[in-house]
Design a protein around this ligand. Structure first.
Ligand code: PEP
Ligand code: CO
Length: 458
């Protein structure tokens, strides 16, 4: 096993010489190998020119000229690969992005946590229920949720099923985006009933009216619909957790040097697998894709320095996004340390705030939830801290869904713990529902608008 940080040559398989955390143990090695060979032959899901296009946009976001909106399920499920769920997810992300464009007056880069977000890290390899112990559920790419021996056995076939579901999802998203979303251009058709319950109702109403007016104004100028004036770009991302699956999608392309992971535009490394001397960092360092890495209070300054050396050696614009996830109680105290490390390195990264993963709580009845107010407050503190230190918060990362679920508490309707049972559907972490997500976008947009006006010298 290679333990030193001094790296030599890289290949899509060089991660195998490093400790790989969070990998399933398959009983049938021959079946796994056959699936891997099969996956290697299948066509890619995305192209290198899309990947390079996203990298250029992320480079602009790092400089505050664009803004990244990344969001979607904690874990996608195969069962939710349906027309309605995908449409609703796209709809909420597009609506949030319009609201954010309005507030920030910057182009917004839309990146879904979808078309491949099927593998989950778990805090324990095994789960105990009623005295029996079975492997933990690791996402639909790996095993199945029901608590039986057969379902929990990692099944190589699921890698193919996941790849196919990702392709189906992406295919439908591309068609929807090409066709344009009729209701996107008419905020008066958005589902805005929640606004009635909010003390910010008038503010929200003005914002929505003004978005509608700007869209209509642009349409009048162009003499056609905004959707056909400019294609709405949509990118995909997922946690690159299952390294054999990711390796199978790692390809060379004609006329460009290097290797691309062509299963997604923007893979990220999760917090649990971000050790600089681990297999995930080794795998990611060789990719030409823009990559993200989750950082938080547990990330030491030395670790961050090593991550910058390994994942961002050339300071290539748009290459590295640091997705920080501290939790509302720690962000103000801990974020400055990481900002300083990056500043000392002289490199530019895109800073993105994930206000979800540091704010998870368990209710008295044992459900995982997050409070809308904690999520919002962590974001506000992140904006303030970056601003105060002369750094730029260039993006946000949410777990959300376009459905009317009840997983996070709070928001304009004031969901409480007692409401969570009504429609709790997440397989892993609690997501903002449609209304909570749109309201969150409105509150951030309002803040960005204020920041823009206060900062301007007009
Ligand atoms: C996630 O994004 O779903 C996740 C597991 O996050 P983290 O790696 O930050 O814990
Ligand atoms: Co999650």
């Amino acid at each position: 096993m290679t333990t030193s940080l001094a790296r030599t040559s890289w290949s899509p398989a060089s991660w195998r010489d490093y400790p790989a955390l969070q990998q399933p143990r398959y009983g049938d090695e021959a079946a796994l190998q056959a699936t891997f060979e099969n996956l290697k032959q299948l066509p890619p899901l995305v192209t290198s020119w899309e990947v390079e296009g996203l990298k250029r946009q992320l480079a602009e976001a790092a400089q505050g000229k664009q803004f990244l909106l990344q969001g979607g399920d904690c874990a996608e499920s195969f069962a939710d690969c349906t027309s309605g769920t995908i449409t609703n997810k796209l709809k909420i992300l597009l609506q949030m992005s319009l609201v954010l464009v309005h507030g920030s007056r910057r182009p917004v880069i839309r990146v879904g946590r979808f078309a491949g977000q099927y593998a989950k890290p778990r805090s324990s390899d095994m789960e105990i229920q009623a005295g029996s112990e079975l492997p933990s559920y690791r996402g639909d790419l790996i095993n199945r949720l029901p608590f039986t021996e057969e379902d929990r056995e990692p099944d190589p076939e699921l890698l193919l099923r996941g790849y196919e579901r990702a392709a189906l999802t992406l295919n439908f998203i591309r068609s929807l985006v090409d066709g344009g979303f009729a209701d996107l251009h008419h905020p008066e058709y958005w589902d805005l009933a929640f606004m009635e319950h909010s003390p910010h109702r008038l503010d929200y109403q003005r914002m929505v009216e003004s978005i509608g007016e700007s869209l209509r104004f642009m349409e009048t100028l162009a003499g056609r619909r905004v959707g056909s004036m400019e294609r709405v770009d949509f990118y995909t991302s997922h946690e690159g957790l299952h390294l054999l699956y990711e390796q199978a999608q790692t390809r060379r392309v004609p006329h460009r040097p290097g290797w691309y992971n062509l299963s997604t535009h923007f893979p990220w490394i999760g917090k649990r697998t971000a050790a600089p001397d681990g297999a995930h960092v080794e795998y990611f360092r060789g990719l030409r894709n823009p990559v993200g890495v989750k950082v938080g209070s547990a990330t030491t300054s030395d670790e961050l320095r090593s991550l910058l050396d390994l994942l961002h050696p050339e300071d290539e614009p748009g290459r590295l996004t640091l997705i920080h996830r501290f939790g509302v109680d720690e962000v103000a105290a801990e974020l400055p340390r990481l900002i300083d490390v990056v500043r000392e390195s002289g490199k530019t990264v895109l800073w993105c705030c994930d206000p979800m993963h540091g704010n998870t709580q368990t209710t008295r009845s044992g459900l995982k939830t997050r409070d809308f107010q904690d999520i919002l407050r962590e974001l506000e503190l992140a904006f303030e801290t970056h601003e105060r230190l002369g750094s730029i918060l260039g993006g946000v990362h949410f777990e959300l869904t376009g459905e009317d679920v009840t997983e996070c508490v709070g928001g304009a309707r004031g969901l409480g713990e007692e409401d969570l049972g009504r429609s709790y559907r997440s397989l892993v972490d609690p997501r903002l529902n449609y209304e909570q997500a749109l309201e969150m976008a409105m509150l951030i947009a309002r803040r960005m608008g204020r920041q823009r006006r206060d900062g301007s010298t007009e």
